[in-house]
Design a protein around this ligand. Sequence first.
Ligand code: BES
Ligand code: MN
Ligand code: ZN
Length: 484
Amino acid sequence: MKVFIKNKDELTFPCDTLILPVTEDKGIGIYKNIDSRLNSLIKGIIKSGEFSGKQNQTTLLHTQGKIKPDRILLIGLGTLKEVTREKLRQAGGKATDILQTTHANNCALSTLIFRFLRYSPADFLEGVLLNDYSFRKYKRETVRKGIEGFTLLTEENLRKEIRWKEAAVSASHLARDLVNTPSNDLTPSALVKAARALKNISVKVINRNEAEKLGMGAYLSVARGSHEPPRFIVMTYKGNNNPPVVLIGKSITFDSGGISLKPAMGMEKMKYDMAGGAAVLGTMKALTEMNLPLHVIAVLPATENLPGGSASKPGDVVRSMGGKTIEIISTDAEGRLVLADALGYVKKFRPSAVIDIATLTGACSIALGNEAMAMMGNSDSLMKKIKKASDETGEKVWQMPLFDEYKDYIKSDIADLKNSAGRSGGLVTAGYFLKEFAGDVPWVHLDIAGTAWTDKGMPYIPAGATGIGARLLLSFLKSLNTKG
Ligand code: BES
Ligand code: MN
Ligand code: ZN
C-alpha cells in the first residue's frame, strides 16, 4: 500500500472509497458539505439508528456520482473525549476489513475530525497498515492484491510521522511473516538468512562448535535432540559509540518439549516459539531504516527443541556460560536455558540495558490471557520506559514481581539451580530464573507467550502471528534517542 498526503477537498478527490470518521457526540456536522450533496443521505442513516458513531461501527454507502468518491465509509470513533490512540488504530483496522471485502483499491481519509482530537491521522493510518496483512506464501490460489493507494486529505505535513509508522508496521509484518512460517522452512539457518538480509547490520553467527568452546552448555543442551544445526545469532547496529542496548529474542524454531514431550493437541502452534526473536529482528530492520543514532546489539539464540536420541533428559545437569550449573527438571523449560546463555554472552558488551523477549511460559497466558505481555526486571527506570512505549503503541505490558522468596522455588538439590519449579508461580519463577543470569545489568524480561499468536484475530491483527514486541521495542529505542 502506498501512502499519500494531499491537501485536497473530499468532494472532488477521485478515489473508490472516502473514509469519514464519525464520533457519537460531534455527529456529521463537520461533513455537512458532503452530506448536502448526497441529499442528506448520511443524516437519514443516523436518524434511522443504523449508524451512531459507536467505536468501530461501520456503514458503507454509494455516492452514485453525486460527489467524486464512489463510496463513503463511515467509521465510528465513540465519543470525542474518549478517543485514544489505540481506538484510532482499531478504527483504522476495522475500516481496512471493509475496504478489503469491498475490493477497494484507492482510498482516502478525511482528516477534518482530527482538528478536535489530540491525536494524528497517522495513528488511524497505522491501524490501516497493520491490518493490511495476509500470509499467503503457501497458498496456490492467487488473490487480489491489497489496497493500492491510501491518501490522507490534509494540509499538515505528516511525512516524517508516516515514515515512522511505515517502518514500525513493516517491522511487525516481518515479525509476523517469520512467526507464521512453519519450522520446516523457518529453521535456525533461515533466521540467519533473514538477519543477513538487513542492511547496515553486521551479523555474527556462532555455530555448535564455537558455542561449545564458549561454554554455552545450557543453550547447547536444548539443541542436542535435533539434527538441525543450532545458530546463535548476534546482530550489531552501530549508530553511535555508547555502550549498547541489548535485545535478546527467544528463538526456538520449534518446541516439541523435547523428552518432556508436549501433548499432540495444538503442538503445531509451537512453530511460534521464536516470536521473541522475530520481534527483535523486526525491530532491527526498522532501526536501520530510520537510521536511529543508537548502538543496539540483538541476540537470537536459535535452535529446535526435539526429542532425538541425543536429547537432554530430565535430571541432566548442564553448565551455563557464566559457570552456574542447572538441573534440567523439564526439557520443555528450554527457553530459560537458551536465554541463560544469551544473558551470559552479552555481559562482555557491558550493555546499558538488556531486554529479553520470549514466549516463555504457558503460565503467562493463564495469568494475563491474550491481552498483555508480562514484564519483570531488576530496573524500575527501564521498566518505566518500556511501560511508556507500551502506552504509546498499545502493545500492553503488565508488571509482575520478582520477590526474593522465589529464589527457593528454583533451588536444586544437586546443582546451583533447576529449570522448573512446577506449576505454582510458573510465570514469575521463570522470570526469577533469568534474573539469576542477568546479574547486575539493568534488565527487563517480557513474556509474550499469551500475545504472540491470535486464533481469532484482533481489530488490526489478522488471525495468526501478531508480530507483538516489534513496535514496542522500536518505540522504546526511539524514546532513548529523543531524550538523549
Ligand atoms: N514455549 C513454551 C511456552 C509456551 C506455551 C508458549 C504455550 C506459548 C504457548 C515453553 O518453552 C514451555 O514449554 N514452558 C513450560 C515451562 C514448564 C515446563 C516449567 C510451560 O509453560 O509449560
Ligand atoms: Mn518448552
Ligand atoms: Zn518454548
